[in-house]
Each structure stands twice: as C-alpha cells, then as structure tokens.
Design a binder for this molecule. Structure first.
Ligand code: ASP
Length: 403
C-alpha cells in the first residue's frame, strides 16, 4: 500500500485493537443490534443493507413533496454533525451535507487542518475528541488509513469510562476503505435488480428485460460482477467487493493492468474467496472468460479511475507509461454488454485517461449519476439508522399520510 499509514507513536495505544481479526472489530462497532460506528464495508451485511435500503426508500419518497419534505427536516434538528474532510472530496462531502440538510441535522466542517489547532501541534486524536464535545457524529475522510478506525476505538473507550462519545463515520480512509460508498453502491445494485419496485418508468424497462433474461434473480445473488481499473488502491473496490462476497453464487472478476501496484492484492483475494466468492483476474476487457467474451458475461460492471495521487517517486514513471486502453469502456465494448447490466463508477472519472468516455452517458445502463444521487438517500438513511430514529421516521411518514 502506498497510502500513509498511522504514525505508530500517535496511535500506538490502539495497536492491540488494530491487530484483531476483522470480525472481532466489526462486533465492537455495533450498538444494541444497530451499527454504531461505520468503519468497514464488512459491517454492511445483507440484513443491515435491507434495513438501510427500506429507510432510504422512505426518505426519497418523502423528499418528493413539500409537506413530507418539511416533516423530514423535523426528524433530527437536535443533532449536529462535524464533517472533518482533510482529503479532497466532492460527492461524499456534498451528499453528506445534503443528507444532513434533508433530516434537519446542523453541520459544520473542517477541510483544511491548517485552519485548526493541528498547526499548534495538537494531536489528531485530541482534535477528534474536541469535535465530539460539540457534535453528535463525526464524519471523517483522511489520507491516513485506519485513522477513522482508531477514532471509533477511542470513542468506545470513552463510552466504557462513561464519558461523552459519539459515532464515527469513515468517509474514506487512504486506499483502505470507503464503506459509505459501498453502501450507496449496494443501494444502487439492490434497486437495479429489484424488478418489483414502484418506479414505473424503470420497472417497465426491467420487466421487458426480465422476459428476455428469465433466469435473472431480483437480488445481488448469483451474479457476475466485474471491477475494472485500479483494483489495489481503489478503496471503493475493496469495500464493495467485501460486501458483495457475502451474497450467494457471486463471481467477482477483476480487470487491471498487470502491475503489483494496481492488481488485486492477496489479502483481499483471500478475504473474498474465504467468503465463498469465485474470484478471477484479467489483464484486459477483451479477454475471454470460460470460453466466451468476458464483457458479454458481466451482470454489473464497476469501473474506476487509476488513483494517481497514490503514486510514489519510485513507481510514478512506470505507472504513467502503462497502456490503459485495454481498460477503457469504449462504446464498442459497452455494445457487447448484457442489456440490463448497470455500468457503475464511484467518480470522479479521469478526463485525461478517459476510462469512462462521456459517449457512454446516454446509455440506459449508465448508472453513475443516479448512483451519486443515491448516495444522498443512502447517507441520510445511515444517519437515521445510527441515531436510532427509524421509529420516528415511520411515524413521520404516517403523519403525512404516506403509508
Ligand atoms: N471518490 C472515490 C473515493 O474517494 C473514488 C475515487 O476517488 O476514485 O475513493
């Protein structure tokens, strides 16, 4: 990994917690059967995703009309959120801001650590604890892998000492994890493969397609997912693939340049195969898979940009000279995909490398703008879930007569 890792001095006291197996960590992040901190993709089990999906569907329906929209804003006006984003962000930052606004949550931000007491040598952990004095949730993005994880352990330690403690949401940690991107990606996948949804325009298209593909299950199960681009350093890939591996009959295929900085790493491969997924790797979108063209067999394509910001002085020249054309989603390649297969991308796309040309945008399978908007609903739903406001949401929906 080329990402900055935590400074052993600053975070040393968390080392025993960091060294535990993932499932032990995940258990510590729950609270009375709910997610408490959102740190890893692995926390998003199919059951949790169904719960959050149901909440998100209600929020999006209520947001459509003035009266119910106003009622939504009365849901959490007593809560305050700190958005601590010290790494660039457009969609995650803005969709969390919009999610807070939808629910009446007040939010504040620190985006540049130079504007905080970190310049006076305040430790990062002190900064986080100070945020928790004023706010009710900390939503944080950092280039430092595992920083958000350490913050959640600090909050749990404080809680054990009966001191003030608030939930921590990892909004992207180095090249490590981006669990709320996996949440919105899964929300998009669940909706895409739901043929019974009430969205008339969409369901009629899918109904027609379903007649053509009668074996297609209306769920993420038994599907072939292809991830393309920067597999090793793409934190969205790491989080989403971990979530998908929990579903049955899933094939997870990875297409990336054959370079150790970019291809699937052994840790993730092991995690996915241990979970029961079939995992295969490819060096081009034009390869064959089990005797047929790879791209024609994919049920969902998740393409990503090369994460150049993680290049180092040692590997930059080599990486910049790689031929990326075998991974570009040209209209010709899209033409050979299945008619229903969603094309996803966490964005931003790279306007120079052009891994996802704008010509694809008009294709009905292009899901990325809807995917980004889904981020707002899914993140609002996550806040409702974390703040245990689901019953209040159902009450609000009943009050405005939306049963
Ligand atoms: N926006 C995503 C992230 O923050 C994907 C990317 O930057 O390529 O990881």
């Amino acid at each position: 990994m080329t990402t900055l890792t935590i400074d052993p001095g600053e975070f040393a006291s968390f080392q025993p917690q960091l060294d535990r197996p993932l499932d032990a960590k995940v258990r510590e992040l729950q609270h009375q059967g709910r997610l408490h901190h959102m740190i890893f993709g692995a926390q998003l089990t199919p059951e949790v995703l169904e719960k959050i999906r149901a909440i998100a569907d209600i929020i999006r329906a209520m947001a459509r009309q003035r009266k119910s929209n106003d009622r939504l804003r009365q849901l959490l006006p007593h809560k305050r959120a700190m958005l601590y984003f010290t790494q660039p962000s457009t969609r995650t930052f803005l969709s969390f801001t919009a999610a807070c606004q939808i629910l009446g949550v007040t939010c504040n931000e620190v985006r540049d650590p130079k504007s905080s007491s970190e310049v006076k040598r305040e430790s990062r952990m002190d900064s986080i604890r100070m945020f928790s004095s004023y706010f009710d949730v900390i939503i944080m993005r950092s280039e430092i892998a595992k920083f958000a994880e350490c913050c959640s352990y600090m909050m749990n330690d404080l809680e054990r000492q009966e001191m003030r403690s608030v939930p921590v949401i990892n909004a992207g940690s180095g090249s490590d994890e981006h669990p709320t991107q996996a949440l919105l990606d899964m929300y998009t996948i669940l909706r895409t493969f739901d043929f019974d949804q009430s969205d008339k325009a969409k369901s009629s298209r899918l109904t027609v397609l379903r007649e053509k593909y009668p074996d297609l299950e209306p769920s993420p199960n038994n599907k072939t997912y292809l991830f393309c681009g920067d597999i090793h350093r793409g934190r969205t890939v790491r989080s989403l693939a971990t979530v998908l591996a929990q579903y049955s009959g899933v094939k997870l295929l990875f297409a990336s340049p054959d370079h150790e900085t970019l291809r699937l790493d052994s840790d993730l491969r092991e995690r996915l195969t241990d979970a029961g997924a079939e995992v295969r790797e490819f060096n081009s979108l034009d390869e064959d898979y089990d005797g047929q063209s790879l791209i024609s067999q994919v049920d969902c394509l998740y393409t990503t940009r090369i994460q150049r910001e993680h290049n180092t002085s040692d590997d930059s020249d080599e990486l910049e000279s790689l031929d990326l054309s075998p991974f570009q989603l040209t209209p010709e390649r899209v033409a050979s995909m299945k008619e229903f297969a969603p094309i996803m991308h966490p964005f931003p796309r790279d306007s120079i490398v052009n891994e996802l040309p704008v010509e694809v945008d008009a294709d009905p399978r292009a899901m990325y703008f809807r995917q980004a908007r889904n981020g707002m609903w899914a993140r609002a739903a996550l806040l409702v879930h974390l703040f245990d406001a689901v019953d209040s949401l159902y009450m609000a929906r009943d009050e405005v007569g939306m049963r």
